[in-house]
Design a protein around this ligand. Structure first.
Ligand SMILES: [Zn+2]
Length: 228
């Protein structure tokens, strides 16, 4: 193992020189301010880099990533990112981006112990339990893809219900929350059809999205399909 990361420093210098050669003044202009229109809330997985996936340059997307793209109301880190993006940067779109084959989601479905992260993944486990009637009759592969998508939908609901987003909507600030799932196999993003743009459509959009996943004929309807 090399004791330094000189190869990465060298790669950085080559990249910076190429960018500056192609767009003279790029870094100087970017250093003055950032005006991204988008906030990406995604998984930490190394295979899902925000800028590359949607073809955006530095300065064009604000990013928060954690294991399994979870947004919970007690996570001061995620909430601070959302607050800064919405109130200060005035982003117009927040996309929660999960991905198929997510290691966090697979660990939950396979009931594998990871360690400390088990506590974090408990949030994904809660999603699995809440929608088990729409999951457990599926084969393993279908369960994996479906829980990846359902986890995104739940987190879109959490973002939409955060006081930051609710307050932005109440003062008329244009802001949409989207749910996407990224395919590692083909590099394509799938829009999960759960876009929310105002408070009074949150519940209906959420329920409509979840109902796209049929219940098992044996499952008893749950008392709540909505995480409130
Ligand atoms: Zn992941």
């Amino acid at each position: 193992m090399p004791s330094t990361l000189q190869h990465l420093i060298d790669a950085n210098r080559a990249w910076a020189e190429r960018v500056e050669r192609e767009q003279p003044g790029f870094f100087k202009a970017l250093a003055q301010q950032q005006t991204p229109k988008y906030l990406w809330v995604g998984c930490s997985d190394s295979r899902v880099p925000a800028n590359q996936v949607i073809g955006l340059a530095p300065g064009e997307v604000f990013v928060h990533r954690n294991v399994a793209n979870v947004v919970v109301h007690s996570d001061l880190n995620a909430l601070s990112v959302i607050q800064f993006a919405v109130d200060v940067l005035k982003v117009e779109h927040i996309m929660v981006v999960g991905h198929y084959g997510c290691g966090g989601v697979l660990a939950v479905l396979r009931e594998q112990r990871v360690g400390l992260a088990d506590n974090w993944l408990r949030h994904v486990h809660d999603v699995k339990m809440r929608h088990r009637g729409r999951l457990m009759h599926l084969c393993a592969h279908e369960q994996e893809d479906t829980l990846c998508e359902m986890n995104v939908i739940e987190q879109v609901g959490n973002v939409a219900q955060s006081n930051v987003v609710q307050d932005a909507w109440s003062r008329g600030q244009p802001l949409a929350v989207h749910g996407w799932c990224y395919g590692l196999k083909d590099g394509h993003v799938k829009d999960l059809g759960v876009t929310m743009t105002k408070p009074d459509e949150v519940v209906d959009v959420f329920r409509t999205a979840i109902k796209r996943y049929p219940r098992s004929p044996d499952a008893k309807p749950g008392s709540s399909d909505f995480p409130v």
